[in-house]
Ligand binder design. Structure first.
Ligand SMILES: Cc1cc2nc3c(=O)[nH]c(=O)nc-3n(C[C@H](O)[C@H](O)[C@H](O)COP(=O)(O)OP(=O)(O)OC[C@H]3O[C@@H](n4cnc5c(N)ncnc54)[C@H](O)[C@@H]3O)c2cc1C
Length: 427
């Protein structure tokens, strides 16, 4: 990590010499914040990152149970950011194909690519975080302020002034919040976000098993709970169980052996003898979509903009898509000699990112609502939909395009976000 020199102004002594000047301030050193820092540093911009955790947690992120499925487009983006090659090959697993089952039926909707390419990659979240900090920590354009937070914030017509809790003052052209789906900075700036509480907890843990998963991911919508298997290397998988909060409490209280038996039985013993090899990590599920991604000299990135339900595995993928759009908008602005914090530049990013994310955000929420609804009518709809989806090329095509997409292509036409969000909230 490098240190920035405070601005000196010999001609004007009234300028506070302790104010450090940057081009961009990013709040949050999670995977999205760090990746954004690298992307804008590659454009030659100077960045300050503000993170509330201490330096040890940033440099040595701990395993958190999340196994992140990444699209081909994300793989490209991570390569451009110099992150991909820093991840050891044995830490990268693949999804060759996927099967989606409905409540106890043998019938499934199958997804596989037409060529030899895998559907997606899988990497543990802490490995992604490690690669991200690795590319950032010795970058001369980037300074991390750890154990920090924003005490005061002023967004002026020409700049953003930030006072940190330690008293340090920063001045930049643009402020970016990458401080999670529960973003304090989004609230501080006054951007409303639509939140959807799924009233469920997702428990994730790594298991070793006797039989091969053949690199097939599966999603099983049972009555009362959902189980997913993400294939990992060395005959291991990420076991993903989604249940109501009370049931999650009960499952978390089981012994390792009891929990393993419960999972194995509910997965129909398809993988043979199983063994739990990590702790269990519970995540209460809340979807968040910010009504706007930008304000004056301000932008949202990562989960702070779009906090997905993990079932369609798009949270960090969308984080990287947003970074790509923002980087492209900033690059064009720099080429034209435009102010990087100007409204036109930020709106360009917002339009592209909303187009790319809103349809899947809404689609995911609707699918989750249907497939976790055990009412008899919903059960019939669940059966019909999975059969129709399996037969209909356009539906599968949309899912496959999202997974296999490996470049910043044409974003989908923009729906009316607020109207759709209202519909979802009232559904
Ligand atoms: C169980 C599970 C499975 C998932 N699976 C997938 C998947 O398969 N594919 C996929 O693409 N995505 C997946 N995701 C989503 C993915 O993990 C997230 O999208 C991603 O981690 C978000 O990164 P982020 O940097 O935006 O936020 P975070 O990781 O939440 O990081 C935010 C950072 O900001 C810091 N911070 C917060 N507030 C402040 C503040 N006020 N001041 C300073 N710092 C602050 C925090 O300490 C943290 O370091 C999954 C998520 C879960 C829970």
């Amino acid at each position: 990590m490098t240190s920035a020199k405070p601005r000196k102004n010999a001609k004007n002594p009234s300028v506070n010499p302790t104010i450090a000047k940057y081009d961009i301030i990013i709040v949050g050193a999670g995977p999205a914040g760090l990746s954004t820092a690298k992307a804008v540093s590659q454009l030659g911009l100077r960045v300050a990152i503000i993170e509330r955790q201490g330096v040890d947690a940033i440099l040595e992120p701990k395993y958190d149970g999340r196994e992140i499925a990444l699209t081909h487009r994300s793989q490209h983006m991570m390569s451009e950011l110099d992150m991909w090659d820093r991840i050891e090959p044995q830490e990268i697993s693949i999804i060759q194909s996927a099967k989606v089952y409905n409540a106890g039926e043998e019938f499934f909707m199958g997804l596989s690519s037409n060529d030899t390419k895998q559907l997606a990659y899988i990497i543990s979240n802490h490995e992604i975080r490690k690669a991200a900090i690795d590319v950032v920590k010795d970058d001369a354009n980037i300074k991390i302020f750890d154990n920090e937070g924003i005490e005061d914030l002023k967004i002026n017509p020409k700049n953003v002034m930030v006072k940190l809790k330690s008293g340090v003052e920063l001045d930049a052209k643009l402020l970016i919040a990458a401080d999670s789906r529960f973003s304090d900075i989004r609230d501080m700036v006054g951007l409303p976000a639509s939140k959807y509480n799924f009233e469920k907890t997702m428990i994730v843990a790594k298991m070793r098993h006797e039989k091969s998963h053949d690199y097939i991911a599966s999603e099983n919508f049972h009555i009362g709970h959902t189980m997913a298997i993400l294939p990992l290397n060395d005959n291991c998988c990420s076991m993903v169980v989604t249940v109501k909060h009370d049931e999650a409490k009960r499952l978390m209280a089981l012994s390792d052996v009891e929990y393993t038996e419960w999972c194995s039985e509910n997965f129909g013993h398809k993988l043979g003898k199983m063994e739990l090899i990590t702790a269990r990590y519970p995540y209460p599920l809340v979807g968040v979509y910010s009504d706007k991604f930008v304000a004056k000299r301000f932008a949202l990135i990562g989960d702070a903009a779009v906090g997905m339900h993990p079932v369609t595995a798009h949270g960090f993928n969308f984080g990287l898509t947003g970074i790509e759009f923002l980087r492209n908008s900033l690059r064009s602005a720099l080429a034209r000699g435009q102010d990087i914090g100007s409204w036109a530049v930020l709106k360009d990013f917002e339009t592209n990112h909303q187009r790319a994310t809103l349809p899947l955000y809404l689609g995911t929420a609707a699918i989750v609502k249907l497939y976790t609804n055990d009412h008899p009518v919903a059960q019939v709809a669940r059966k019909v939909l999975i059969r129709v989806a399996d037969k209909m090329a356009p539906i599968k095509g949309v899912i496959m395009d999202k997974l296999m997409d490996d470049h910043a292509g044409n974003p989908m036409p923009l729906p009316r976000p607020l109207q759709l969000l209202k519909l979802l909230r009232n559904a």
